[in-house]
Design a binder for this molecule. Sequence first.
Ligand SMILES: Nc1ncnc2c1ncn2[C@@H]1O[C@H](COP(=O)(O)OP(=O)(O)OP(=O)(O)O)[C@@H](O)[C@H]1O
Ligand SMILES: [Mg+2]
Length: 281
Amino acid sequence: MSSTMGTGTPVIEVRNISKSFGTVVALHDVSMAVAPGKVTCLLGDNGAGKSTLIKVLSGVHRPDEGTILFNGEPVEFRSPRDPLDHGIATVFQDLAMVPLMSIARNFYLGREPRRKWGPLPMWGPLKRLDLAKAAEVTRRELHNMGIDVRDTSQTVATLSGGERQSIAIARAVHFGARVLILDEPTSALGVREAAIVLRYIVLAKRRGLGVVFITHNIHHAFPIGDAFTVLSHGRSLGTFAKGEVSERELETMMAGGTEMDQLAAELTELLEADDAQLTIE
Ligand SMILES: Nc1ncnc2c1ncn2[C@@H]1O[C@H](COP(=O)(O)OP(=O)(O)OP(=O)(O)O)[C@@H](O)[C@H]1O
Ligand SMILES: [Mg+2]
């Protein structure tokens, strides 16, 4: 995979995607390509269409118009199962894990290790055997990504938000994902925890995965992004390679330049008004 890094065909690409919900145009003519071994950041303000775009990529929504290409070939995703079968793993912020299940169970959710000759028994020594294997693989895989959990039988509810996101990423890597889509994985996290999740994103990239990283925090995106696609009110403002655009420029684009200027002016006015009031009293 590393031979095609950055230069070859995008592993996944959307072309001219449009999607409306009734009269709401969530996406209009949006295109984006994800290269293997690269982090493509999908940026934009609330309601810009980011989640809708990745729901198109993860088979949750079918686009009204446009094409999805996988390794250069047009594909149609009819259900969330289809992208998974292509190795496209999506980590949704709140649905990443089942809190009351163990770490190992979550790691294998939907992909429980089975004996070759039949389904997993519901009880008995063979079940224990497979659970032991699950625990061992989970621990090893997490360790390989620098996550050390004391006990993989502890419930996910005992983990921090950052640890949950990290485990979801490790799981996608372990099961051979070629594309990893992360919807706002760092938005609910503190600075230190966000840094840990960003580190795992870089590790996934180094393993050759194409990563789509959605955020509205430019300070999280800028250091690790190779390309930046900015959405605004359902339209793409373009895709910019690293080095082609500054952090400040991206931030201005995300906020909609004129809207930000207007807000700054209003705030200045408000502060001046307060000052005036203070001096009167
Ligand atoms: N299932 C739906 N039904 C109706 N409208 C929807 C649906 N999903 C999204 N929308 C609308 O489409 C627009 C884009 O929403 P989307 O969730 O894609 O934005 P976003 O960029 O992910 O925003 P945020 O940063 O707040 O997560 C919004 O106006 C939203 O209200
Ligand atoms: Mg969203």
